[in-house]
Design a protein around this ligand. Structure first.
Ligand code: QAP
Ligand code: CO
Length: 171
């Protein structure tokens, strides 16, 4: 297993569209394991492959208290989003230190493949729904800050710029 480097917003690579997984093999399993290890190490609850510079439609997640319930979603696809919306405080491993409320559809139905290539259907609300929408956004080159007002986005950009300057000065 190995820790992978997480791309930081606004890296242009985060804007690419990830490609469908076609082969379910040892290498896919390996990628999933490395992503999971990287996510746990960074204290995250969800990670999309594109965030570690792997342009494939793979998402790993663990929403459990004890971090012992890993979930893998390969080629996840939203089938239906509810009309009712909900606001939820989101963060992102690619946008460290930034947390903002995002409004999204409350619930969804989705389909995805597991690591062995078996297809599944899923109905979700709450954190699973929010996290899946957030991660599927990543696979399509979208980041959660895209959902915020221009003013908030500019504030975030300034804050990240400042933080980067501070880290440079420190080194
Ligand atoms: C996406 O995000 C998510 O800024 C997963 O300093 C988050 O795991 C979906 C993290 C919330 C829905 C709700 C962020 C860790 C982790 C940070 C994450 C940080 C350290 C973010
Ligand atoms: Co994210």
């Amino acid at each position: 297993m190995a820790l992978l480097k997480i791309l930081q917003f606004p890296d242009p690579k985060l804007r690419l569209r990830a490609k469908e997984v076609k082969i379910f093999d040892r290498s896919l399993r390996n990628t999933c394991e490395n992503m999971l290890e990287t996510m746990y190490d960074a204290k995250g609850i969800g990670l999309a492959a594109i965030q570690v510079n792997i342009l494939k439609r793979i998402v790993v997640m663990d929403l459990s208290e004890n971090k012992n319930e890993p979930m893998f979603f390969v080629n996840p696809e939203i089938i239906k989003l509810s009309d009712d919306t909900k606001e939820y405080g989101e963060g992102c491993l690619s946008v460290p230190g930034i947390y903002e409320k995002v409004t999204r559809p409350n619930s969804l139905s989705a389909k995805y493949f597991d690591i062995d290539g078996c297809e599944h259907k899923l109905e979700a609300d709450g954190l699973l729904s929010v996290c899946l929408q957030h991660e599927i956004d990543h696979l399509n080159g979208r980041v959660f800050v895209d959902h915020l007002s221009r003013l908030k986005q500019e504030k975030i950009n300034r804050k990240l710029q400042k933080e980067r300057k501070r880290l440079l000065a420190e080194a």
